[in-house]
Write a protein of this length. Structure first.
Length: 365
């Protein structure tokens, strides 16, 4: 997940946001202690449609933030994909990295009478309060990019984030024989941050024991990533590799920090730090072409928008799905919570395939 927040007043805003997050989580837990989970699931299971409506009605689309090129691209895809799937989507709402604001945004959309919601959760636990509001009003929800820990959703549209961490680990391990590598982590309140962090850590421990992992918790915040990386490099100038869990927010500050320390060497040059990112934004592709970074995992912003719209229309029609392969090269899996998740393809991109015209990052103008 996740632009560059303003530095002034940063600590106060963060503390306020942390307080808001815990308040929302507490509300979610109290309100949902007895919630029975349900799930929907495979695009091939069209015969399992229930006695639903015709899929008409307004759909609200809620974004987590718009300070990342990834989410800016997703936002641009939404109206196009809504039109292609026959969905009447409202203008998107930006929750601006605030989980409590996201719950308010959901409530506002429900009060406007939407018949469906497509939401990219900021906090996997806190989002339950918003999901409960939607369930009480009989409004189906599709979660995009991040899975909720609990709550009722028709489908989670997401890529396999465990595979993100593993792909980064395997690439760094194949190019670095020993030494220190850094993972700049996402928000651990998000299942994405947890999945990527744990998978990377476990993969290195199992397969590349001569690598030492140093970690920077950065909460999808570019200024946090920059300041903590600067401090870490002062103490560890012998870093050999870096894993960026979100290129949209971490790419620019990482490259700027390395450049300021004269540590940004091109691939193939002495002293080059091997860098693997996540997102698949055009800026990452340009950095690969320049030799500034080595690889990224292309998180499918276009497919997130397309199948978010596909599944919300299906849910509004009463259709049900089940685990298994789909007709669009993905697999629907059942999460431990019982929720179904359509895990879309997310290929590794290197200098060998960076110019592939099928990659969404090469189609953005």
């Amino acid at each position: 997940m996740p632009g560059t927040p303003v530095r002034n007043g940063r600590q106060g805003r963060r503390q306020g946001r942390r307080n808001s997050i815990w308040a929302v989580r507490a509300t979610a837990v109290a309100a949902c202690a007895t919630l029975a989970l349900t799930a929907c699931g495979s695009t091939k299971d069209s015969g399992a449609a229930g006695a639903g409506g015709d899929g008409s009605g307004k759909v609200g689309v809620i974004l987590p933030l718009l300070t990342s090129p990834f989410w800016q691209s997703y936002n641009d895809y939404v109206p196009k994909m809504a039109a292609s799937e026959g969905v009447d989507a409202l203008k998107t709402v930006n929750s601006n990295s605030d989980p409590s604001q996201q719950i308010t945004d959901i409530n506002n959309e429900l009060n406007q009478g939407v018949k469906g919601l497509v939401v990219a959760p900021l906090d996997s636990a806190a989002i339950q309060a918003g999901l409960d509001q939607a369930e009480r009003k009989g409004v189906p929800v599709v979660a995009v990019d991040v899975a909720p820990d609990k709550g009722k959703v028709a489908m989670v549209v997401r890529a396999d984030n465990v595979a993100y961490g593993e792909k980064a680990c395997q690439y760094l391990g194949a190019h670095i024989t020993s030494g220190k590598v850094v993972q700049i982590m996402g928000d651990l309140a998000s299942v994405n941050g947890r999945d990527r962090s744990q998978a990377f850590r476990a993969c290195v421990k199992k397969n590349f024991p001569r690598l030492k992992v140093l970690e920077i918790p950065a909460k999808w915040e570019s200024d946090t990533a920059a300041s903590k990386l600067d401090t870490l490099l002062n103490a560890n100038p012998d870093i050999k590799g870096i894993y960026l869990q979100a290129g949209g927010v971490y790419l620019a500050p990482t490259l700027q920090t390395l450049k300021s320390k004269n540590m940004l060497k091109k691939a193939g040059a002495g002293g080059h730090i091997v860098i693997v990112s996540n997102d698949g934004i055009p800026q990452e592709f340009d950095a690969i072409r320049k030799g500034e970074i080595d690889a990224t995992v292309s998180q499918p912003a276009d497919a997130y928008a397309k199948y978010g719209m596909y599944y919300i229309k299906a849910a509004m029609q009463g259709k049900k799905f089940r685990p298994g392969p789909t007709d669009h090269d993905s697999t629907i899996v059942k999460l431990p919570s019982g929720i179904l998740e359509d895990q879309l393809p997310a290929p590794l991109v290197t200098k060998e395939n960076v110019d592939d015209p099928k990659l969404w990052g090469n189609t953005v103008k």
